[in-house]
Design a protein around this ligand. Sequence first.
Ligand SMILES: Nc1ncnc2c1ncn2[C@@H]1O[C@H](COP(=O)(O)OP(=O)(O)OP(=O)(O)O)[C@@H](O)[C@H]1O
Ligand SMILES: [Mg+2]
Length: 475
Amino acid sequence: MTTLLIVDDEKSTRDGLRMALEDEFDCYLASSIKEAMSILKSEPIDLMLTDLRLAGDSGMDLLDQALAIPQPPVAVMMTAYGSVDTAVEAMRRGAWNFVTKPLNLDEVELLLKRALRSRSLEKDKLRLEHEVQELRVKAGNSKHGLESLIGKSAAMQKVSELVTQVAPTRATILIEGESGTGKELVAHAIHQLSGRPLEKMLVVNCAALSPQLLESELFGHEKGAFTGAAQKRIGRFEQANGGTIFLDEIGEIDQATQVKLLRVLSERTIERVGSNQPIKVDVRVITASNKNLRELVSKGDFREDLFFRLNVVRVLMPTLREREEDIVILAQAFLREFSSENNKKLKPLSDDALAMLRAYSWPGNVRELRTAIEHGVVMSNEDVISSQHLPYFLNSADPLPVARDDQSAPAAEQKAQKEEIPLASGEEFNLHVLELRAIRQALKQTSNNRTEAARLLGISRRTLQRKLKDLEHSA
Ligand SMILES: Nc1ncnc2c1ncn2[C@@H]1O[C@H](COP(=O)(O)OP(=O)(O)OP(=O)(O)O)[C@@H](O)[C@H]1O
Ligand SMILES: [Mg+2]
């Protein structure tokens, strides 16, 4: 029978819990840290249910001590209703979950059973996963592990350490950082190192769907739940059961979906749209945002209780500007990648190209660097890749505006737009138009010197001639 250690300084609570749980568990009782530790050291305890307040002692200290023994129990913390902060702190310290007082005994029993199941599943799978991981490493195929995160800077090392530490837990993780800093890459790394690499990781971009579609994407719906719901649909949470769900751009979700998400995180159940049947799900949740969620909370745009649930561990991705020493390392890696992808000889970057890469401010971060290097690899027909093969805007004081959500973006965008040639009225905003616009701008900048303009654009003079013909035709 499963062993359960109940720790509470109130006798009535201990006895009540024992009565409710002794059919399912072999119960041990303790009223202090000292008693609890002596039981833990002498008996093989599977589960521990402990109160936060223990006459004079803190349940947090017990947690630290209990989880430090060689075969630690799975710990569930009891806290007073409404003290979400302490509950979160307990989970940070390694508690598997928490329940709030006054206790609902059915809920406690259910939670303990789930705790146990998650642990025995974990054990069963460990050996298998270990083998799989080894095979992957042998096959050089662990594409999304930590090794995919390039960078030697202190800032990146900090990220790697944090990821290594939290990945094997089931803790909910919030990844924040500017666009292109590698949030999604880190989410994949966390999943890979989670000890459940066989399970799926599903990605949902919360900004890409309307509130109603997002809700049914996440939770599924019953047939006929709303107009257009012709078939029953299983949502992403159900599909990801046992694995990980990555909710990208979490700051974009509407209030109603926030409430539903809160429920998933606190009760670990979902309801399909159009049904009130709760369905249990066991899913690791990772979220990402390029907005500062805490700020959204203070503005009233994001629920604070949900924020606490999501922010159990926060990974803040450094911008590329903050880790200049990584620029060249990343550039070299992308160089190898794109040379082999395009069947081109691996060429070095010239000194002026390197200087240009170092001097640029990289508002689009690693993604922008990656694109710039791809451009260089494709454009160079010489034995080196020099500055003239890199995108022209790297040379300009004003970088091209990139879609960013932080406060600094609008100002930068306005400024850049002022200096751009505006679209003639009636012109469409499509790739063709953008291309023509870039050509006009390059010609203007070079006082119509076509050779110079072609160099700026990173294309050959012949291509520019051809494109100018198009321009004349469409004018
Ligand atoms: N440390 C890194 N090492 C190698 N490649 C990286 C690194 N960081 C980011 N990249 C690459 O940069 C690109 C952008 O990364 P990613 O999509 O993870 O960024 P993001 O933070 O999710 O951006 P967004 O907020 O725009 O969604 C990807 O091609 C990714 O592989
Ligand atoms: Mg992303």
